[in-house]
Design a protein around this ligand. Structure first.
Ligand code: S3P
Length: 171
């Protein structure tokens, strides 16, 4: 299927790379967080605060199931790999790319962020512990890992497109 799923920790650049890649592949971009926010007419922060994280996670799961039916570039939230059901689904998806970004870089990008409830009032060390607890899950659910630290979003999108085309030719 004409589909690429982007995973990675908060601040890894999934949305930015997703936009460029979608344009390069002439596919629509679906951002799971954006879809959930539109459905609830609320920000992720508000959904967490009013309804709780578990409601958000259920929505995230349902939305993943829906969007995996579509030909698109799909940008996921950093916690998509927490659910075993989501992991199983990602493992059987066509092409999942993990954008692997070092803590030094994502911590800088996340500095002063007020839109991500899970990192509010967390120290950089605590955020790094959260990242470490997820690393193996991102790796286990991806078909391609891209170390993003030294690459521009354009270069990352180009690499993904190249690999996507190779896989398509083989299939
Ligand atoms: C989360 C990541 C966020 C968003 C929510 C929870 C997480 O998405 O889904 O705040 O658990 O890592 P981004 O990775 O796009 O920031």
């Amino acid at each position: 299927m004409n589909q690429v799923v982007l995973t990675g920790f908060m601040g890894a650049g999934k949305s930015t790379v997703g936009r460029i890649l979608a344009e390069n592949l002439a596919l629509p971009l679906i951002d799971i967080d954006t879809e959930i926010q539109s459905k609830f007419q609320s920000s992720v922060t508000e959904i967490f605060a009013r309804l709780g994280e578990s409601v958000f996670r259920n929505e995230e799961h349902d939305m993943l199931m829906q969007v995996l039916q579509q030909e698109a570039v799909i940008s996921t939230g950093g916690g998509i790999i927490l659910s075993p059901q989501n992991r199983a689904k990602l493992q059987s998806a066509d092409f999942v790319v993990y954008l692997k970004t070092s803590p030094d870089i994502f911590l800088k990008r996340l500095e002063g962020d007020t839109t991500r409830p899970l990192i509010q009032e967390k120290s950089p060390e605590e955020i790094k512990i959260l990242f470490d607890s997820r690393t193996q899950l991102y790796e286990a659910t991806s078909h391609l890992v891209i170390e993003t630290d030294l690459l521009t979003p354009q270069e990352i999108a180009k690499k993904i497109k190249k690999e996507f085309q190779i896989r398509k030719e083989k299939s």
